[in-house]
Design a protein around this ligand. Structure first.
Ligand SMILES: [Zn+2]
Length: 286
């Protein structure tokens, strides 16, 4: 709220504020994280591809369904902005807002990355996270958020009047265009709100404003995902570096990120495990 309240509290304000909250979505109503299945998948991984994402740039990568991919910190602390699409239909893409509503503001092992409506199925499941020890700090900050969007040149221009061409939004646009042959204009329309990998963020406790602080990630840390469908991904190494101070400029020290794709040894596990799309009949009351 930018202004002080314009209206007086009613006499029963305390009573109204004292109503107990209810968690909105019972996410345990969907199939729970199958620890045995994912442990079996993880028990024999073979590295099949590596993609290095240069600082202030992005790269696309592909992960077949049933395979595993990791985003790895190398050289120094660095935040990554991740986009995911169904490899065969780019209109199905990661839905940051519903993932946040179903799970939490920050995600870790056992959480799913859900796709947009009308598909609404997990594109990927998080199977390991070396930063899961962090939890929430004294400021309310956590790691791997789905509350931010991605740094972008439009907001930057709005706030500074300057053009900066290496925001995550532009990096993802260039990477998708290079991978698919789209023009930058076509690719930009497919770029969407991200999973902020390794980023440490929260809301200030008094005004609930979005904050960032230096990521605790160190070389060797990684977050790992199981591809629930054939995936096209793009990862940007944010110009904010560890996002401890600035973004959307060339001030921060930045480092590359590494994407690794693995094939599980249990080949038979790959088949027959795909999630269906939404079971809704699609009538919308008509
Ligand atoms: Zn960024």
């Amino acid at each position: 709220m930018s202004l002080a309240p314009q209206n007086p509290e009613p006499s029963d304000a305390h009573e109204r504020r004292s109503v107990e909250p209810t968690v909105v979505y019972a996410v345990d109503a969907v199939p729970v994280y199958d620890q045995d299945f994912y442990d079996l998948v993880r028990s024999g991984l073979t590295l099949v591809e590596e993609v290095t994402v240069p600082p202030r740039d992005a790269r696309a990568f592909r992960v077949p369904a049933g395979h595993v991919f990791r985003i790895v910190s190398v050289e120094g602390p660095q935040v990554g902005d991740l986009n995911l699409w169904h490899a065969n239909d780019l209109s199905e893409r990661f839905y940051s807002g519903k993932t946040r509503a179903l799970h939490a503001t920050h995600v870790s092992t056992g959480d799913r990355l859900w796709s947009n409506l009308p598909f609404l199925r997990p594109l990927a499941t998080i199977t390991h996270d070396t930063l899961d020890w962090y939890g929430f700090d004294e400021f309310g900050g956590g790691i791997h958020d789905v509350i931010g969007t991605r740094c972008d040149p439009h907001t930057n221009h709005l706030l500074t009047g300057q053009d900066y061409d290496y925001c995550c939004h532009s990096n993802l646009t260039r990477a998708l265009a290079a991978e698919t042959g789209m023009t930058a204009e076509e690719a930009e329309a497919h770029v969407h709100d991200v999973l902020n990998v390794f980023m440490c963020t929260g809301f200030t406790q008094d005004t609930k404003q979005y904050f960032m602080k230096a990521s605790p990630v160190r070389p060797g840390d990684f977050i790992e995902f199981f591809a629930e469908v054939d995936l096209l991904g793009a990862l940007s190494a944010c110009p904010g570096g560890d996002c401890g101070a600035s973004h959307s400029d060339d001030v921060a020290q930045c480092h590359p990120l590494l994407v690794q794709v693995f094939r599980p040894s249990q080949e038979h596990l790959i088949n027959g495990q795909l999630w269906p799309t939404s079971g809704y009949g699609g009538h919308h009351g008509l």
